[in-house]
Design a protein around this ligand. Structure first.
Ligand code: NAP
Length: 496
């Protein structure tokens, strides 16, 4: 059967894919599809629906720059509201009709003779497209821990990305493995009804107080009538988050900024002190690495939960899992009914790239990244991969807010595709020189960052690739990234 031919295939219908689709429409593309393995849109905000799910970035900032939402109920909105925002934006920009759900992409291969991407789908079908955009997210492949005996556990076992909404922990003995941002939200919720809750912590997390509040109906009406009022609040929340990442992390070489980083850790310690009286418990919950080595989070209830008599912190390690519980390193056993895996995501091995991508002269992206270094010009382009933008790439993620990443990537699309159209060209490919210069610059900038100069050795952070390089985050301000995306030399791409 001949394969269907399109202008663009976007892989992923989360916020990145939806943003890319909106930008393509603005550029005049009509013949494109978004392919998603799920049966609904929203990416991580569709997949995740565990109790307590909320965003840990103020929603004034956690939204598209061109689409403020006056209806947020509170500063740190719930997962349900964010999913609804994704739905509303997709509907408003008429993106939904381009989405094909339950469609898993297995690989994409550049056909040099036809100058087309051949996209292979699970089930055997193929699509062809002039341009390929992968918008597969950074945290989309769940990590299942390889703990001895886990397959023999006879009770219920659930990863947080596969939450069963009908599950009621009331009266149950529950164990949670993991203390990342997900666990910090979930643990206080489980503790409300579980009979007994044991939390297995391998690496503690820095947790700052959450300054959250409701938006009154009056405030919402004001945001709706005078959008600049909400933009003013966004300017404040944007600035706070930019300062956190740029002052506390990116420019760690400046002694004053290093002092501010220490102050942020002090704030987390005060948050802990106000909730926990037991000094030893506080010590066990306190990280021994610098804040920012891995992603910190916010909560006003996480620490207090450990003071409840039925909640226990296990930080000595797991020996193995038995049919009826967890055998701890000290030989004791915690008998449980349900095991919750808040063990996060496999970012480097399973996600970079999330599908097999083969470019010009048979260059395999995953292999090339591993044989050389993880790299992507402007966080989106690699040489030998014509007509391809990889939105979830090394050096792509800006700071703490995904929507800032989306903003510069949409502007880059605008400049690049705009130029391709203006020249009546059909292909673009970043030059090797531009890519190398960009990688060198990222490496140099990272030399001043906390990830290079700070105490990160024990953090086990997904900011670092398996070789130990901090090649996930783009070490610059949002403003600089946006300027670069809008003004990069067009000669950095070969456009033909
Ligand atoms: P995560 O930060 O990677 O945390 C996973 C946790 O599981 C860590 O504590 C990890 O310990 C532990 N773990 C993994 N394998 C283990 C094993 N074999 N044995 C013992 N412990 C193990 O994942 P996450 O909590 O799902 O959060 C991921 C990211 O999602 C966050 O950083 C954040 O960016 C995002 N997130 C955002 C929100 C939001 O509100 N926007 C909410 C939730 C999550 P180690 O640290 O020792 O590896």
């Amino acid at each position: 059967m001949p394969s269907e031919q399109l202008d663009v295939v976007i892989v992923g219908a989360g916020f990145a894919g939806i943003g890319a689709a909106i930008q393509l429409k603005r550029l005049g593309f009509r013949d494109f599809v978004l392919l998603d393995r799920e049966d609904d849109l929203g990416g991580t905000w569709y997949v995740n629906h565990y109790p307590g799910l909320a965003v840990d970035v103020p929603t004034t900032t956690y939204s598209y720059f061109f689409e403020p939402n006056p209806n947020w109920s509170r500063l740190f909105s719930t997962g349900t509201e964010i999913k609804k925002y994704a739905d509303d934006v997709a509907d408003k920009y008429d993106v939904r009709r381009h989405i094909r759900f339950n469609t898993t992409v297995e690989s994409a291969r550049w056909d040099e003779d036809a100058s087309l991407w051949r996209v292979a789908l699970a089930g055997g079908d193929t699509l062809s497209a002039r341009y390929l955009i992968t918008a597969t997210g950074f945290l989309s492949q769940p990590r299942l821990p390889d703990i001895k005996g886990i397959a023999d556990f006879a009770g219920k076992i659930v990863h947080t990305t596969e939450w069963d909404d009908n599950y009621n922990p009331a009266g149950e003995r529950v164990a949670v493995i993991g203390t990342g941002a997900t666990a910090v939200q979930l643990i206080p919720e489980l503790a409300k009804s579980a009979a007994d809750l044991t939390v297995y912590q391998r690496t503690p997390i820095w947790v700052a107080p959450k300054l959250d509040f409701h938006f009154s109906d009056r405030a919402k009406r004001l945001f709706s009538r005078l959008p600049w009022t909400q933009r003013a609040i966004r300017a404040i929340t944007d600035t706070i988050y930019e300062l956190m990442i740029n002052v506390g992390v990116v420019h760690y070489n400046v002694p004053l900024f290093r002092r501010l980083n220490i102050s942020a850790m002090d704030l987390c310690k005060i948050n802990q002190f106000l909730q926990i009286r037991d000094k030893e418990l506080r010590r066990r919950l306190t990280p021994d690495y610098d804040i920012g080595c891995k992603r910190p989070t916010f909560s006003n209830s996480y620490f207090r939960t450990f003071t409840k008599p039925h909640v226990h912190l296990q930080s000595d390690g797991i020996d193995h899992i038995a049919t009826d519980g967890i055998v701890n390193s000290d030989g004791t056993k915690t008998v449980i009914d349900t095991l919750v895996l808040a063990t996060g995501f496999d970012l480097w091995e399973a996600n970079f790239p999330a599908i097999e991508v083969v470019g010009r002269q048979g260059r395999n992206l995953g292999k090339w990244w591993r044989e050389t270094r993880f790299q992507a010009y402007q966080g989106v382009s690699m040489p030998y991969f014509p007509n391809y933008l990889s939105l979830a790439s090394p050096y792509a993620f800006l700071g703490l807010n995904f929507f800032n990443t989306m903003e510069y990537q949409m502007r880059l699309m605008d400049r690049l595709f705009g130029e391709v159209k203006r020249r009546g060209a059909s292909t673009f490919e970043v030059t090797e020189e531009a890519n190398t210069a960009y990688l060198d610059r990222m490496t140099e900038l990272l030399g001043d960052s906390l990830w290079t100069l700070g105490n990160c050795a024990s953090s086990r952070s997904y900011y670092f690739n398996p070789k130990g390089e901090p090649s996930l985050l783009r070490p610059m301000s949002t403003q600089d990234a946006i300027e670069e995306a809008s003004e990069f030399p067009l000669s950095d791409y070969r456009i033909a």
